[in-house]
Design a binder for this molecule. Structure first.
Ligand code: MG
Length: 365
């Protein structure tokens, strides 16, 4: 099974409700879909969103990185040589992690198809059912409380609350949501870099003193401010998770050695795909550090790959934040990973099991 061609498409899916964080507001998923074609007729699927404020990747940069730097190295390569191909992808150019992720996901999909097995089995097996949280966008307090209650009524047992806009209001938001869902759902806060280190210690301390128990607080400070993250981690009881601060395995090693955070959020769009995500999971397991698996605004193509990884590495990936597909107004993918609100399950279909993508448009620069 040799790679013959790599092509692009554009997938647009409206969101059920606008996605609002401290960094941005988004109304629809609009992602580049990558298809890797082979001489046997098998097609592998990958996907990447533009997340300029986090990874720096845009649709244009993703297509350029793949079309001009990655694809020329891969044509003619045999899918059986997976490690060689992932090295070619990772070494094609610096950064551009979303572009690399999209291609790696498609190649791993083909690797599964080559051996007729769902990807998670080739990654080591596991129980093919996982449970995700759902994001509650940052908004007026009443709206956030209503969204939280609605999510709990739909069966979500973990809520990821977006905060980081205004510290005083953030504390009130969280107290109100906690009071509304107490005992029915765990709360994870994501500040998306919205606080300073001192503000974070104050906000989390205030919540702790008020009896609000949080499962974790994610990325309280700026991405580059590892010292600030360490400052917060040392001063609060609530576990602190690093997201935008860590992309690849080297940064994870630095973060763990610094003891700057308690938990690491793995996202394929930050790691450059599965090969480095696997490394991060294994490094974290070695140090006894738990991981979350997260996603950007992605549909069930690239999120499917994250699900397979989470199943295979469930020893260390103990928290799942793969709500991209459930935020979409509809599922454009007919595939092997089933997204049913909080429950995600994987079928026995080979690779990622993607049969059809509805509404895929040609990509035009
Ligand atoms: Mg985050």
């Amino acid at each position: 099974m040799k790679i013959t061609d790599i092509r692009f498409g554009l997938l647009r899916v409206p969101l059920k409700t606008p996605f609002k964080t401290a960094l941005r507001t988004v109304e629809a998923v609009e992602d580049i879909v990558v298809t890797v074609h082979t001489d046997t007729g098998h097609v592998g699927y990958g996907e990447a969103p533009a997340t300029a404020v986090i990874t720096g990747d845009t649709h244009g940069s993703i297509v350029e990185a793949i079309g001009r730097y990655i694809a020329p190295r891969l044509v003619g390569e045999d899918i059986a040589n997976l490690n060689r191909i992932t090295q070619l992808i990772q070494g094609a150019l610096e950064r551009n992690t979303s572009a690399k992720a999209a291609v790696e996901i498609a190649v791993y999909d083909l690797f599964g198809q080559l051996y007729g097995a769902p990807l998670y089995r080739l990654l080591g097996g596991g129980d093919p059912v996982i449970t995700t949280d759902i994001t509650i966008s940052v908004d007026y307090i009443d709206k956030m409380v209503a969204d939280s209650i609605s999510a709990v009524d739909r069966g979500f047992e973990s809520l990821k609350i977006k905060v980081g806009k205004d510290m005083g209001v953030d504390v009130e938001r969280v107290k109100a949501i906690y009071a509304a869902v107490e005992g029915r759902a765990l709360l994870r806060l994501d500040a998306n870099q919205g606080w300073t280190a001192k503000q974070a210690v104050h906000a989390i301390g205030t919540l702790e003193d008020a009896g609000v128990r949080l499962e974790l607080v994610e990325q309280p400070v700026k991405a580059h401010d590892l010292e600030g993250m360490k400052y917060v981690t040392e001063r609060v009881n609530t576990p602190i998770m690093a997201d935008e601060s860590v992309f690849g395995p080297r940064e994870v090693i630095d973060l763990i050695r610094m003891r700057a955070a308690d938990i690491i959020n793995i996202k394929l769009m930050k790691t450059g795909g599965l090969s480095n995500a696997i490394r991060i999971a294994d490094i974290s397991a070695l140090y006894g550090v738990e991981c979350m698996i997260g996603c950007m605004l992605e549909t069930s193509i690239s999120v499917a790959a994250a699900v397979h990884l989470a199943v295979a590495k469930s020893n260390v990936i103990t928290k799942v934040d793969l709500d991209g597909p459930s935020l979409c107004a509809f599922n454009p993918v007919d595939g092997g990973v089933q997204f049913n609100e909080s429950e995600i399950s994987v079928t026995d279909a080979p690779g990622l099991g993607i049969r059809e993508i509805r509404g895929l448009e040609p990509y035009r620069a």
